[in-house]
Design a protein around this ligand. Structure first.
Ligand SMILES: [Zn+2]
Length: 65
């Protein structure tokens, strides 16, 4: 339910598959991002504690409209 436009300025980092050592929950679809899956980490510049891990597809869909 996180809306990228509501997060303000964010820093987006791509985590390579070999660096993804554990499972995460994607806030967009609420499904698991399995360990070993390349994905994005989205860090709000104003609130770095609120960083979230997103599926590539989910982030791309949310930011390309
Ligand atoms: Zn997702």
């Amino acid at each position: 339910m996180d809306d990228p436009e509501r997060l303000g300025e964010v820093e987006v980092r791509f985590i390579q598959s070999y660096l993804a050592g554990k499972d995460y929950i994607c806030p967009n679809c609420n499904r698991t991002i399995a360990a070993g899956t390349g994905h994005y980490v989205v860090v709000p510049v104003e609130a770095p504690d609120l960083r979230r891990h997103w599926h590539r597809g989910c982030w791309d869909r949310c930011t390309k409209r």
